[in-house]
Design a protein around this ligand. Structure first.
Ligand SMILES: CC(C)(COP(=O)(O)OP(=O)(O)OC[C@H]1O[C@@H](n2cnc3c(N)ncnc32)[C@H](O)[C@@H]1OP(=O)(O)O)[C@@H](O)C(=O)NCCC(=O)NCCS
Length: 193
């Protein structure tokens, strides 16, 4: 795993960084970039967590034939290299505006609620901001994702091309005002770009 030391973690000036600094990391947790050998365990973990029908969900339309962004694919491991969790992002378009689709975020069963998901989230969001991304959307549990700044209200001007529980469709501005004037259908990342 290519680990990200504290010097790899960008300093961000948003309130997100302030909250991130308050998180106490689980001892021995290493966040790094996903490597090819992680792919099988990530598929298996996501199948287990979200069920075999997960690929029928509307968000998977954005993943069909589009790769996740390798520079934003994070894994959590313990100091001995044991796998603890995964976070990926996919590129999408909202009209002419590029955005990120966050997820899946999955922590190994038995290790949940120990801060692994939180570490992956802050690392992913800080890295996404440092790489110049401005908007992140997701479909997930608002009680969990609201702590990272995701809001239902920000996603209200947006639509998805299939059935979804709208209460779970959330958005985050990595740059204040990034959602101003952004409206319409979320679309798959165009293959010619
Ligand atoms: C959801 C998930 C990624 C969270 O990661 P985690 O490492 O277990 O969570 P953390 O330790 O970072 O955070 C724990 C906190 O989040 C809360 N939390 C965890 N999952 C939650 C959920 N689905 N909804 C609301 N709150 C949740 C816990 O109650 C705890 O709250 P507290 O800080 O007030 O005590 C993980 O539980 C998981 O992999 N679940 C199965 C897959 C999944 O459902 N993924 C995406 C959710 S849409």
């Amino acid at each position: 795993m290519t680990s990200m030391t504290s010097s790899d973690q960008p300093t961000v000036s948003s309130s997100a960084a302030d909250i991130s600094a308050a998180v106490t990391p689980p001892p021995g947790l290493v966040i790094g970039l996903e490597q090819p050998h992680h792919a099988a365990i990530i598929e298996s973990l996501n199948d287990e967590a979200f069920g075999p029908d997960r690929q029928k969900k509307t968000v998977y339309r954005f993943r069909d034939g589009v790769s996740h962004l390798p520079e934003l694919a994070l894994v959590a491991e313990d100091e001995a290299g044991a796998f603890r969790g995964t976070l990926r992002f996919w590129p999408v378009m909202i009209g002419q505006t590029p955005a990120l689709l966050l997820g899946p975020l999955t922590v190994v069963g038995g290790l949940r609620k120990t801060g692994v998901g939180t570490r992956l989230m802050w690392a992913g969001l800080e890295r996404a901001k440092a790489l110049g991304h401005r908007i992140v959307i997701l479909v997930g549990d608002e009680p969990y994702y609201s702590r990272f700044g995701f809001r239902r209200a920000l996603a209200e001007p947006l639509s998805l091309p299939g059935p979804v529980d709208l209460a779970r469709f959330l958005a985050l501005e990595l740059v204040p005002g990034a959602m101003d004037g952004v409206t319409g259908m979320v679309e798959k990342w165009p293959s010619e770009l």
